[in-house]
Design a protein around this ligand. Sequence first.
Ligand SMILES: NC(=O)c1ccc[n+]([C@@H]2O[C@H](COP(=O)([O-])OP(=O)(O)OC[C@H]3O[C@@H](n4cnc5c(N)ncnc54)[C@H](OP(=O)(O)O)[C@@H]3O)[C@@H](O)[C@H]2O)c1
Length: 238
Amino acid sequence: MSAPLNNQLAIVTGGSRGIGLAIASQLAELGAEVIITARKPDALKKAADLIGRQGGRCDGVCCDVSSLADVEALAHKLGARLRKLGVLVNNAGVGGFSAPLHETDPSTWDSILNTNLRGVYYMMRQFAPALIANGGGDIINISSLAGKNALPNGAAYAASKWGLNGLSYSTAEELRGHKVRVTVICPGSVNTELSPHEGKNVSKMLQPSDVAHVVAMVVTQAPQSFASEILLRPAQKP
Ligand SMILES: NC(=O)c1ccc[n+]([C@@H]2O[C@H](COP(=O)([O-])OP(=O)(O)OC[C@H]3O[C@@H](n4cnc5c(N)ncnc54)[C@H](OP(=O)(O)O)[C@@H]3O)[C@@H](O)[C@H]2O)c1
């Protein structure tokens, strides 16, 4: 039996570590040719090599999602390979959990909103047309439970994820008729560099592989099925 994503290209932003690396590895295991993006070339190469050693096909391409020029250059670089694009995972994100909004610098606000929200707009603007042209596919946006709840000392981050949820619900309706499913996944705290660990029992936290497992469920749904929003919580409070 052939792997479910054979002959498909998948793009995973922020694929050099953490949740993005776990998702990229999972999509490669499902048979996709995976493009991972991030800003730091060394970490990207290490991640792509790791997936290669696991038997997957993966290339790293430097791309800052908050830069329109970088996103356009990524599309240019992929060129004809985009005819196989079937999956886009918008995962790249930055945190910010240490100060109330009135003590938050405009530069911090810009970095969080430009990566977590504007970056997804740039990626969808650039790559949704390829998915439409290819007859459909999946766009998966990695949001957060911070996009469903209040997050004191993380208001800019919460605003970016509430915004991302609204963007995802709206574009899901725009793209549904083109057989492109836009799914938003909202995990609680995951054991990565981004997440504050103070006072948490790490063994009870969600792991990057748990988010990757949900992505695998989404991309292997039957064509008539559409899990549009998934809230992912740890089984026990960490
Ligand atoms: N960890 C959690 O508790 C948690 C919970 C819910 C949701 N999330 C969401 O899950 C996603 C991944 O988080 P993570 O925990 O895996 O974080 P992480 O370990 O810090 O990894 C973030 C990834 O994004 C890349 N990145 C950051 N800014 C970028 C930019 N401007 N352009 C391109 N790539 C960029 C990083 O690489 P470079 O630094 O090299 O660019 C890295 O590959 C984020 O959207 C986050 O908000 C995380």
